[in-house]
Write a protein that binds this ligand. Structure first.
Ligand SMILES: O=C[C@H](O)[C@H](O)[C@H](O)COP(=O)(O)O
Length: 227
């Protein structure tokens, strides 16, 4: 199977979990990226079965609206049963690196609100230790150099993602060469740097379910089943 076929398979697996649990009032949180796009396209086939979606990026909002799915402001939504999104890396504890598409902050916000975060990924994303994929960190523009120096102090090599502004008007530093043995601790340290808006480490709020596309099928890993 190609990587796209694996993404399509995990997107379908997420549909199979989510759609039967939606009612006409339900609003679903939707992530960003190529895997999430497969999910959006499949979700559109069920658009009359639920009320609409909260989007984690402008790109996702546009794709949802293009399918005729109503997009809600998160502030007008009291609860979200599900958030479905891809990842750049995931480990066996369902901790993630996200933000390859610069949508990390809104993704983390929507994930925080959702009762169940379903991560959909092809098997290339599964790693023993997070950090081979450069860790994205969203930063207030005027703090870029200061934050970069602080990250060097933590042992990382930050690289400014030139030409990219997030949907929130901020910049991204991609942190290379970190083997992340304590994701939660590192997330806390990054959050404590003044000027950091958000890091792409999802450890304090990992996924609840990982649907991993493999050559032999989709495996389901639930956080509650892990020791
Ligand atoms: O900012 C982008 C998001 O975190 C994506 O979920 C992540 O980059 C994975 O994207 P893809 O499904 O395209 O690999």
């Amino acid at each position: 199977m190609t990587q796209d076929q694996l993404k399509q398979a995990v997107a379908q697996a997420a549909i199979d979990i989510v759609v039967p649990r939606l009612d006409k009032q339900a609003i679903i949180g939707v992530g960003t990226g190529s895997t999430a796009n497969f999910f959006i396209d499949l979700l559109a086939e069920h658009k009359y079965d639920f009320a609409g979606a909260v989007a984690s990026s402008e790109a996702t909002a546009e794709r949802l609206r293009g399918h005729g799915i109503e997009v809600f402001d998160l502030n007008s939504v009291p609860e979200l049963e599900f958030y479905v999104d891809g990842a750049d890396e995931c480990n066996k504890h369902l901790e993630l690196i996200k933000g390859g598409g610069a949508a990390l902050t809104r993704e983390k916000i929507v994930a925080a609100v959702a009762k169940t975060f379903i991560c959909i990924a092809d098997e290339s994303k599964k790693v023993d230790f997070l950090g081979e994929f450069p860790l994205p960190v969203e930063v207030i523009p005027m703090a870029r150099s200061y934050v970069a120096r602080e990250i060097v102090g933590l042992g990382g090599d930050p690289v400014y993602r030139t030409g990219v502004l997030t949907d929130n008007g901020n910049v991204i530093l991609d942190v290379h060469n970190m083997q992340i043995t304590d994701p939660r601790g590192l997330e806390e340290k990054l959050n404590a740097i003044v000027g950091v808006v958000c890091s792409g480490l999802f450890a304090a709020r990992p996924a609840d379910v990982l649907l991993l596309g493999t050559k032999t099928g989709v495996s389901t890993i639930k956080k509650t089943e892990l020791s």
